[in-house]
Design a protein around this ligand. Structure first.
Ligand code: ARG
Length: 463
C-alpha cells in the first residue's frame, strides 16, 4: 500500500536520505493527541456538512480513539512510510477501520491541520509553563515569608549600596516571574484563533462550516479570517519562544545571584546537597550546578527564538516546508523549561539562608545616604548634603575607621548643626524600616507584599 499521502503523481520513490531529511515523525509524534482531537472535530464538521454520513463519522471517531489509545499507552508502532504525525495517524486509521478512513482528509490539508495542531499544542505548553512558574514563585515566597526582617546588602554595580531584606530580594524575582506568567496568558489569547478549514491555502469549497469547528474544538474562540494567513502564521510560536527566552533570562539572573551568594566569599546562602554536585578531583568541592545549568540553558532558549525568527523571516506566502522547522525549537524550549523550572523551584525551596553572613557583609558606608537624608531633615539641600557626606566618607577612609567611629568633631567640621544624635543613624534595621514607601524594603512593606502574593498565588486560575 502506498503510504505517501501524495504519491499519485510520482513514478519514483523518495530517495532514502531525502526521506530521512524530510520526515518529521521522530519529533512531531508528540502532536498525536492534538492531531487526533483536531481530526475528531473535522469529522464532525464533515458530517454536519453532509459530506460523510453519521455512521461514517462514528467509524472515524472510533478509529481515531483507538489510534489515540495506542499513542497514549505506547503501543503505536511506526512504519517506514510515516513521514509525519498526520501521515502516521491516517495510515494507522486505515489499518484499523479500513476504507472508512479514506474520507477523513476531505477538504482539509496538512497545512491547516498542522497549524491547528501546533496552536493546540502550544496552548498546552503555555498553561504547563504557567503552572511551573507558579511553583517557583511559591518557593521564593516561602523564603520571603521566613526572611521579611533578615538584613543583607543590596547591590548596584555589584558594589554594596544600601541595606535591604532578603525577603525583599526574593519578592523581586516573584515579580519577574509574574510578568512571565502574564505574558504567557496574553499569548494564549492569540493562540486561540482557529486555522482549520483554511484548506491548503485558499479556503475549502465543499461547504464545511468553519463556525461549527469552534464549537467542536473549545480551545478556539475565533476563526482565522484569512486562509492565506491562517496556514502561514507561526507568530504564536515566536511569541511563546520569546516568553521562554525571557523566562530563561530571568532564571539566569536568579541563578547568577544564587551562585555568587553561595560562594565562600559571600556565604549568604547554601544550596541543598540534592541540588549541588561535587568534583571528581577536589574532594572539598560543592558546586551549584543546578544554578549554573539554569544560567547556561538560557543560551538555547534565546537561540531557539532566533532560530525560528530566522526561519520565518524570508518566507513567501503561504505554507513552505521551512515551517516544519518550527517544531524542534518549540519542543526544546518547552522541555528545557519544564524540567528547569522544577529544579529551580526545588532548589530555591531547599536553599538555606545564612542571616549572620548577610549581616556581616553590611558596613557603615552603606548608610551614607541615610546620613545625607538626616542632613536634609535638618534643612540642608540634598546636593549640599551629598557633598558633605562625601567628605565624611573620605575622612573615614583617610583615618582608617568606619563612619560610626569618626569622632563628632569631624562631623561638626563639615556640618556644625550636627550633634551626638547623628550616631543614631548607624542602625541597619532602622535604615531598612525607613524605606517604607510602597514597594520599599521596610519589613512592614515586605510583609504586606508577602500577604498579597500569598493571596494571589492561592487562586489556581486557568488561563
Ligand atoms: N510535517 C509538516 C509540517 O510540520 C506538515 C505539513 C506538510 N504540508 C505540506 N504541504 N507538505 O510542517
Amino acid at each position: 500500500m502506498e503510504h505517501r499521502l501524495w504519491g499519485g503523481r510520482f513514478s519514483e520513490p523518495t530517495a532514502a536520505e531525502m526521506r530521512r531529511f524530510n520526515d518529521s515523525f521522530r519529533f512531531d509524534a508528540r502532536l498525536a493527541e492534538v492531531d487526533i482531537a483536531g481530526s475528531i472535530a473535522w469529522a464532525g464538521a464533515l458530517a454536519q456538512a453532509g459530506l460523510i454520513s453519521e455512521v461514517e463519522r462514528a467509524d472515524l471517531v472510533r478509529g481515531l480513539e483507538l489510534v489515540r489509545a495506542e499513542f497514549a499507552n505506547g503501543t503505536f508502532v511506526a512504519t517506514e512510510g510515516d513521514e509525519d504525525i498526520h501521515t502516521a495517524v491516517e495510515r494507522r486509521l486505515r489499518e484499523l477501520i479500513g476504507d472508512a478512513a479514506l474520507k477523513l482528509h476531505t477538504g482539509r490539508s496538512r497545512n491547516d491541520q498542522v497549524a491547528t495542531d501546533m496552536r493546540l499544542y502550544t496552548i498546552g505548553i503555555a498553561r504547563q509553563l504557567d503552572r511551573r512558574l507558579r511553583d517557583v514563585q511559591l518557593a521564593l515566597l516561602a523564603q520571603a515569608e521566613r526572611h521579611t526582617d533578615t538584613l543583607m546588602p543590596g547591590y548596584t554595580h555589584l558594589q554594596r549600596a544600601q541595606p535591604i531584606t532578603f525577603g525583599h530580594w526574593c519578592l523581586a524575582y516573584v515579580e519577574m516571574f509574574a510578568r512571565d506568567r502574564s505574558r504567557l496568558r496574553d499569548a494564549i489569547t492569540r493562540m486561540r484563533v482557529l486555522p482549520l478549514g483554511a484548506g491548503a491555502l485558499a479556503g475549502n469549497s465543499l461547504g464545511v462550516e468553519r463556525e461549527r469547528l469552534t464549537e467542536l474544538l473549545d480551545e478556539f474562540d475565533e476563526l482565522a479570517a484569512n486562509s492565506l494567513d491562517a496556514v502561514s502564521d507561526r507568530d504564536f510560536v515566536a511569541e511563546i519562544l520569546f516568553a521562554c527566552a525571557l523566562i530563561g533570562v530571568h532564571l539566569s539572573r536568579l541563578a547568577e545571584d544564587v551562585i555568587l551568594y553561595a560562594s565562600a566569599e559571600f556565604g549568604f546562602v547554601e544550596l541543598a546537597d540534592a541540588y549541588s554536585t561535587g568534583s571528581s578531583l577536589m574532594p572539598q568541592k560543592k558546586n551549584p550546578d543546578s544554578m549554573e545549568l539554569l544560567r547556561g540553558k538560557s543560551g538555547r532558549l534565546l537561540g531557539n527564538l532566533v532560530a525560528l525568527l530566522t526561519v520565518l523571516k524570508g518566507l513567501p506566502l503561504t505554507y513552505n516546508k521551512d515551517m516544519q522547522e518550527d517544531k524542534e525549537p518549540l519542543f526544546d524550549s518547552f522541555d528545557t523549561l519544564d524540567l528547569g523550572l522544577q529544579v529551580a523551584a526545588a532548589a530555591i525551596a531547599t536553599m538555606k539562608a545564612r542571616p549572620e553572613r548577610m549581616a556581616a557583609a553590611l558596613d557603615d558606608a552603606m548608610l551614607a545616604t541615610d546620613l545625607a537624608d538626616e542632613l536634609v531633615r535638618r534643612g540642608v539641600p540634598f546636593r549640599v548634603a551629598h557633598g558633605k557626606v562625601g567628605q565624611l566618607v573620605q575622612r573615614a577612609l583617610a583615618l582608617g575607621v568606619s563612619l560610626r567611629h569618626l569622632p563628632l568633631s569631624e562631623y561638626q567640621a563639615v556640618e556644625p548643626a550636627l550633634d551626638a544624635s547623628v550616631y543614631e543613624i548607624f542602625n541597619m534595621a532602622r535604615s531598612v524600616a525607613q524605606k517604607a514607601s510602597y514597594g520599599g524594603t521596610a519589613p512592614q512593606r515586605v510583609r504586606e507584599q508577602c500577604s498579597r502574593w500569598r493571596e494571589l498565588l492561592q487562586e489556581i486560575d486557568e488561563a
